[in-house]
Write a protein that binds this ligand. Structure first.
Ligand code: ADP
Ligand code: MG
Length: 698
């Protein structure tokens, strides 16, 4: 045990060019200057960049690196990298290893081959990457990775990181203003913190390779339910399978070396489903780290003979995967602004920031919903396993009580929690939390942070967090505008909180979000319930969203428009791929097997009749199977027609709607017939590994 702990401490961050390494390798003044630039005070000079680049290169080469790359996050939601070696030819035909400040801070990848939503035409190829010096540089394999933002020649953002960084500044600016009027004058900046719990599935690689749907679409498009699913409730927190535990150990070591603080791991609810959570960090570093986590989970799975599925809904009938987004705000003086303390009713700073979040989430619920809208998440949100598509907030008993007191004119007391005694003298009394948990809420207060649970497992955390930061910045701005003019801040702040508590009480819901009653109740309260991805994406360009993102300089209208187009196109393309795979598997794998099976049955009918015994059972089977084969064939033709219709539409919104309304139901028809056939046809002949095999065999 001692050795293992020592080993973690030895390897943690060894592949990161972090502050400790910089302190060692940079002249003191250079490091100080760099820290100032990183905090937004001062510009990056060429001289500074040169010194850092050189130290970085020496460190990287010492660790066996041969190349460097600008690592960025285009609108695909994945990461992108292009490698350049450090070699630089000399006049005498030899080479030296070089890395300049210019190469460190700026790259020029071709921008025309990434989704740009019309911001770039194919011939307008130039794009830039710029070093995000707030996220540490690291080495993976033989490559030095430099986290970067990515923009077009004209300066428009083409990535996920830039709006996130902009939104962090916006929130910090407004939060500092509010803190100042409340008397917290020593705070200079506020960062948002993120801990993202990553869910995923692991299946044996041999099954994966036999399923074109998993290979090309990331989820199963066929598959009759397994006779056993998750109903025994025995997988969640269950003992880890030995092979899975070995895999997780390797994932952890790899992540620790990269400075990712992987902390918690366990079995999830569905068979073959797992979770990994890191310790929280600054939101943009945590977002980079989540990308590294997803990549590492997938890479390491292959080494262990598994495939890691990050899709939101790889299997029908069992839970899908999300990414719980734990979010809070932290001052540079180390104060978590969402920490209620022991007497929250007296904690004005906490109440102000809490109310700012509540107001923001209620006002911009549709934008928040759109930030998690992707084709995969459509299967989760609103199904009875994940939060519904209705955005509401769980506050718990204590804070709801205080919120109600605020609405009535002022908070005077906080409910206490006490101790839990377990009835055995050898068990210690447990200090009780002030509130129970609520797993069904999409946006839950969990002690000293909010947990946004609608984020999909495959999504970048940049999107939901830049929206959260911006809308909370907007609430804080309105408060600061008002309170800065106030002659009596305490009284006016009370009034402000009273108004927010009255206006936004509709968004608070502590009950079971999975019930039909809540859907009815939410409608009465006027809360939006946007079930489909397309419908949700269509709300992005609503005036209030454009205004808030422009006001805080996070995205221009033009940039937002481009993003919306990319997301709509991505929806259509994803469904088009799924539909194509459905056709391919149905026509080329399932239909031939079923026809053969019918032919065998038909032959048996004759043979058995000749032998003089009853062939009733065989006839019945033949009738059933051939009936379903006809259904399958009809469904295939309908799907072909639906795809053709959708492909002909040129406008992004209309096309996405057609994929949703025409293609998806047609795919469902094909699947229905095929899954029914799977239950009838000889298991040995069936061309696809079954749900039972994939979910239960390790
Ligand atoms: P669960 O919600 O599954 O019970 P935990 O309570 O262990 O999980 O925490 C979930 C995540 O929340 C972890 O990644 C943790 O680091 C993160 N977290 C804790 N405090 C904060 C905070 N102040 N800001 C952001 N994330 C936080
Ligand atoms: Mg959680």
């Amino acid at each position: 045990m001692r050795n293992e702990q020592a080993q973690i401490m030895d390897i943690f961050g060894i592949n990161v060019f972090n502050d400790a390494v910089m302190r060692q390798r940079l002249p003191k003044n250079t490091f100080t200057e760099f820290c100032q630039v990183r905090q937004g005070q001062g510009e990056f000079s060429t001289a500074l960049a040169d010194v850092i680049a050189n130290a970085m290169k020496d460190w990287a080469i010492g660790k066996g690196a041969t190349h460097y790359c600008h690592w960025f996050q285009p609108m695909t939601g994945l990461t992108a990298e292009k490698h350049d070696s450090f070699i630089s030819p000399t006049a005498d035909g030899k080479t030296v290893l070089e890395f300049s400040g210019k190469e460190l801070i700026k790259g020029e990848p071709d921008a025309s081959s990434f989704p740009s939503g019309g911001l770039r035409a194919t011939f307008e190829a130039r794009g830039y990457t710029a070093w995000d010096c707030t996220s540490p540089v690291f080495i993976k394999g033989k490559i030095l990775y430099i986290p970067c933002a990515f923009c077009s020649y004209t300066g428009e953002t083409l990535d996920k990181k830039t709006p996130l960084l902009r939104s962090m500044e916006a929130l910090s600016k407004q939060a500092v203003r509010v803190l100042k009027v409340l008397g917290e004058t020593s705070v200079q900046s506020v960062t948002t913190t993120l801990g993202s719990e990553q869910e995923y599935f692991l299946i044996d690689r041999s099954f994966f390779e036999k399923r074109l749907d998993l290979v090309l679409a990331g989820r199963t498009l066929f598959g009759a339910p397994s006779p056993r699913g998750q109903e025994m409730e025995d997988h969640y927190f269950g003992t880890l399978h030995e092979r899975v535990a070995a895999y997780m150990n390797d994932v952890n070591s790899e992540l620790w070396k990269l400075g990712v603080s992987a902390k918690t791991q366990h079995n999830e609810v569905s068979p073959a489903q797992y979770e990994l959570a890191p310790l929280f960090g600054t939101v943009n570093v945590a977002t980079d780290h989540n990308q590294l986590t997803m990549e590492t989970l997938q890479k390491m799975a292959l080494r262990h003979g598994f495939v890691c599925l990050l899709h939101e809904k790889p299997f029908a009938g069992v839970n899908g995967s999300g990414k719980h987004n734990n979010w809070s705000m932290l001052t540079n003086t180390g104060n978590n602004l969402l920490d209620p303390g022991s007497t929250p009713h007296e904690n004005m700073v906490f109440l102000v920031f809490l109310c700012a979040v509540i107001q923001a989430v209620d006002r911009y619920a549709k934008l928040l919903r759109a930030a998690v809208a992707n084709p995969g998440n459509e299967h989760r949100l609103g199904a009875n396993e994940a939060p519904p598509a209705i955005v509401s907030i769980f506050l718990g008993d204590q804070l709801t009580d205080i919120f109600e007191q605020l609405a009535a004119g002022g908070a005077k007391s906080s409910k206490k929690s006490g101790e839990l005694k377990l009835g055995s003298s050898i068990l210690p009394p447990l200090p009780k939390d002030t509130t129970d948990r609520n797993r069904t809420s999409p946006f839950a207060f969990t002690g000293n942070k909010f947990e946004f649970r609608m984020v999909g497992s495959s999504q970048s955390t940049a999107g939901p967090n830049f929206v959260l930061n911006t809308i909370v910045a907007e609430s804080l701005k309105a408060m600061a505008d008002q309170l800065e003019k106030s002659k009596n801040v305490v009284t006016d702040a009370q009034k402000l909180l009273q108004k927010i508590a009255k206006d936004h009480s509709r968004v608070i819901f502590n009950g079971d979000n999975y019930t039909d009653e809540w859907v009815v109740e939410a409608k009465k309260r006027g809360l939006a319930n946007i079930r489909s991805t397309v419908e949700s994406l269509e709300t992005i360009m609503d005036k209030e969203n454009v205004d808030v993102l422009e006001r805080h300089k996070v995205l221009t209208k033009h940039e937002l428009h481009a993003r919306t187009d990319i997301l709509l196109e991505n929806y259509s393309k994803s469904i088009n791929i799924e539909a194509g795979v459905t056709l391919s598997i149905a026509k080329r794998q399932i239909l031939p097997v079923c026809i053969d099976y019918c032919a065998n049955l038909a032959a048996s009918v004759g043979i058995i009749a000749d032998s003089g015994v009853s062939n009733k059972v065989v006839r019945k089977s033949l009738e059933k199977v051939s009936g379903l084969v006809e259904d399958l064939d009809d469904a295939i033709e309908d799907l072909e027609a639906a795809i053709e219709k959708a492909q002909k539409i040129s406008k992004a919104v209309q096309q996405a709607r057609s994929y949703r309304d025409d293609v998806i139901p047609a795919m469902a028809q094909v699947r229905q017939a095929a899954d029914a056939l799977e239950m009838l046809v000889d298991a040995d002949a069936w061309p696809l590994p079954s749900y039972a095999e994939m979910l239960f065999l390790r």
